[in-house]
Design a protein around this ligand. Sequence first.
Ligand SMILES: *[C@@H]1O[C@H](CO)[C@@H](O)[C@H](O)[C@H]1NC(C)=O
Length: 406
Amino acid sequence: MSNVRQRRPIHTPQDDQVEDEDERRSRDSGFWTHAAFVGLLTALVLTPLILIIIPSPIDPVGYSFKPRPELVGPLEPNNHLQKAEQIYDGQVLGPESIVVEGEHIYTGTMDGKILHIYKGQVQVLAKFGKEPCGGFDNEPTCGRPLGMRLDKNGYLYVIDTYLGLYQVNVATGDFVLLWPTTAEINGKVPKFLNDLTIASDGMIYMTDSSTKWDRRHNRYCIFEGEASGRLISYNPNTNTTKELASGLAFANGVQISRNEEYLLICETTWARIFKYHLKGPKKGTMEVFMDNLPGLPDNIRLSSGGGYWIGIATLRSKGYEFMANKPWLRKLIAKIISQETIIKFVPKYGLILEINSEGEITRSLHDPTATKVPSVSEVEDKDGVLYLGSYFLPHMSRLYLGRLKT
Ligand SMILES: *[C@@H]1O[C@H](CO)[C@@H](O)[C@H](O)[C@H]1NC(C)=O
């Protein structure tokens, strides 16, 4: 026993310390290896579990894009939009739609106002909703005017996406709610009224972008690809509505043709334009008029060149196309990131397109840097002077077509 004891190395307090540290180190590293292993395992097992269990806010639908059109010919990039001047900066917040009549400009803003601009003075013409305004929760009660048009008698017709279709007397600011959003159209209340166009007989055609999502969730609506958007007619003589067409993935801008034989309707999500026949043998039917646009179309208006202007909200991106036919991927992404984050991946690029009645792009104006015009909601063309709207910028832009060198 004593021998054994003697054979043991002589312990010094220092040795003890060294040994303790070594031991602790190996114990520690063992612990950390173990912890890392358990952590990794947990992550590997739990993450997919959590991803499966947590519900996705969206129920995506697939779509296969054709290869994106190359930016050549009439789509050749230029910097014409960079020559636009920003007007009424800070005085018009998110002027989505613009009407210009003589020296008068009308627009609707994100603080729920209908503005009348005359000789440089911006004035509130009407307000449909109630204060407070600003912020996500207030938006439905504050109201959000989107599409607007003057009829041939000089009345301004405005769609407030949350409140309904209004007729405004531009001389007095008095208004009438023609069709409230609480009234069903073909069994469904319009959840996201967006744009309108007026025929010479007074018939109003309007879009309901979605019966699932409201304006505040427009990114989800697009990311999901759902197609509950529809085209609606409103007859002011009888105060009746009719669902003319449905199945549109974010029905947006609508414009009646010059001959009033058809309507053109922008479908934002899948970058298409539809044609709805009002007359002729195809009356009452809708068909694809243009597809594979280089960006997601917002509003459509007549151009002074005899065609139509399309405001492009965002350029199509590789990522967007990659995900279009992978609904499972979009479903998963929406579980992890919010729609505010999704929007950060959207490329910024200013673009408007002029098309003809044959559905061909005849001209395009660009701001590739997106510094002057990052996005366009609508082009109001008043004899060659373009007023560009935006649903989020604090100004509108003006561009004189005649001053562009082409
Ligand atoms: C039109 O009809 C709808 C649905 O019944 C109703 O809510 C609305 O008040 C009517 N509009 C007018 C101007 O009478």
